[in-house]
Design a protein around this ligand. Structure first.
Ligand code: MTE
Length: 323
């Protein structure tokens, strides 16, 4: 029997779904904003462990059950699962509360500034942005640093298109993403433990990789607030926290940006955050994961199974030191 590695599946998904989605653009433009209900406890665990910095509970986390030898093929999670189990600390650390708390979040009007070390800075209105770049469907695995994963059919356009348009100067080495600051709408932003707004970063060559997607929709519908409407990132070979939600600002910069998680717990969350089963989190193993909707555990794959597409970005780099 020929065994197909899951890392080989995605390009075909991408190919077929690009074609499929061309027909779906009208639906996206006309569709109404989708809202849904709510989310779990792993987020609480993550926050508690970050704040306490203690090792409480870590022993049992290392004693995880063995992953299944032959896990089922990757199939997309249900719309219900994707929109009711969310990490979005601006709203709540309780995954199942996020959708309800985010349901009235104002996603229009919305502008996105792309600037910094560029020749041609732009400010986009979100509606223009969706029309300007052809929207594609990409079915990606999402692996959260907490040890769970999903498969999600996103719609969006390659981040590279947005970046090429602004013409980064030779000095630009990194891209910094900033999420919205709206404490009046986002109760979590009144928590002074985190340095708001949420920020993330990528090296410029990572950001230019074709897998890095600006996401505007999900399952052929506009992105719901709890998943980061109206615009979020999907960087599928990195832990989910790199995929910032509700982005309002994208800056080309010279120095490596400090993300919200790096500032909160630098020993636990690094800049690269590539999915790596060999590199344990200081308080839990990353060698396996719980796929939402499945009983057993799966082996975690290097670069979340996207090794063929992204490994060249890290040639010669010590992945253990650059976590
Ligand atoms: N972006 C913002 N602005 N705030 C957040 O709390 N959580 C991150 C990421 N992006 C987060 C964020 C984490 S930890 C994960 S796993 C993913 O969003 C979850 O995305 P999902 O809820 O669409 O599955």
């Amino acid at each position: 029997m020929v065994k197909i590695r899951s890392s080989e599946i995605t390009p075909e998904h991408v190919y077929f779904s690009r074609r499929k989605f061309m027909k779906g653009i009208g639906a996206l433009a006309l569709g109404s904003v989708v809202m849904s209900a709510c989310s779990n406890q792993e987020a609480v665990t993550a926050k508690e462990t970050v704040i306490a910095g203690s090792t409480t509970g870590s022993t049992s986390l290392f004693e995880e059950p063995a992953p299944e030898a032959n896990p089922p093929a990757d199939t997309p999670n249900s719309y219900e699962a994707i929109t009711t189990y969310n990490n979005y600390y601006e709203f709540s650390v309780m995954k199942q509360q996020v959708a309800d708390m985010a349901k009235d979040f104002k996603t229009s009007p919305w502008t996105v500034q792309v600037g910094g070390l560029v020749n041609n800075p732009k400010t986009h209105d979100i509606d223009d942005l969706v029309k300007r770049f052809p929207q594609e469907e990409r079915i990606y695995r999402l692996r959260c640093v907490e040890g769970w994963s999903m498969v999600i059919p996103w719609q969006g356009f390659p981040l590279a298109q947005l970046l090429k348009e602004v013409e980064p100067t030779a000095k630009a080495k990194y891209v910094r993403f900033e999420s919205i600051l709206a404490p009046d709408q986002m109760p979590g932003q009144n928590d002074a433990y985190f340095k708001w707004p949420y920020a993330e970063g990528l090296r410029l060559d990572e950001a230019m990789n074709d897998l890095a997607l600006m996401v505007t929709g999900l399952y052929g519908k506009p992105l719901p607030p709890q998943n980061g409407a109206p615009l979020r990132l999907a960087v599928p070979w990195k832990y989910g926290f790199k995929s910032a939600k509700a982005i309002v600002k994208i800056d080309l910069v010279e120095e490596q940006p400090t993300s919200l998680w790096m500032a909160a717990a630098p020993d636990e969350y690094g800049f690269y955050a590539n999915v790596n089963p060999e590199k344990a989190h200081p308080r839990w193993s990353q060698s396996s994961e719980r796929r939402i909707g499945e009983g057993g555990r799966r082996k975690t794959l290097l670069f979340n199974g996207y090794e063929a597409e992204v490994a060249h970005l890290y040639t010669g780099m010590d992945l253990n030191a650059n976590y």
